[in-house]
Ligand binder design. Structure first.
Ligand code: SME
Length: 149
């Protein structure tokens, strides 16, 4: 699916709903439907930790400290992180041994503070290139506007 079509559909899907859990749940489900990646979900900032939020995929770790793993590092740096091979990322947290590559994109509030991260794992190496990064960052922009601003 083209980026523009994906983004337009997502906008339609979540417009009119402000509940955090509901919006994150349907966003994860929609990404799963379109792309079919292995694990797609959100970790929510709660104090000094990320806590597991709505996701599609197998059971996952509940809590991740700031600066730990790919998710905690993305939060700390307030930046997207793309990992073509998780074995090359020091401190990667393996929730599943099937996970081979990963992208994590932060979601922010109107002050620019990170409120959640979108974490996507693939069971293949080097799944997330420039295009995938662009689409998932656009996704984060739409979702954060809807629930965190
Ligand atoms: N791999 C992540 C942990 C979360 S799970 O893969 C669902 C990380 O290193 O932050």
């Amino acid at each position: 699916m083209e980026k523009n079509e994906f983004i337009e559909n997502l906008r339609n899907l979540i417009s009119g709903e402000k509940d955090e859990t509901a919006v994150l749940a349907n966003t994860a489900a929609y990404i799963k439907e379109v792309y079919g990646w292995f694990w797609i979900g959100f970790y929510i900032v709660r104090g000094d930790e990320l806590v597991l939020g709505p996701f599609q995929g197998s059971v996952a770790c509940y809590r991740i400290k700031k600066g730990r793993g790919v998710c905690g590092t993305s939060w700390q740096k307030n930046a997207t992180i793309v990992v073509p091979d998780v074995e090359d990322f020091p401190g990667h947290i393996a929730c599943s041994s099937l996970s081979k590559s990963e992208i994590v994109v932060p979601l922010r509030d109107s002050q620019g503070e990170v409120r959640a991260v979108l974490d996507i794992d693939s069971d293949e190496l080097a799944t997330f290139g420039e295009q995938e990064q662009e689409v998932m960052e656009a996704t984060a922009r739409i979702v954060e506007k809807q629930i965190f601003e």
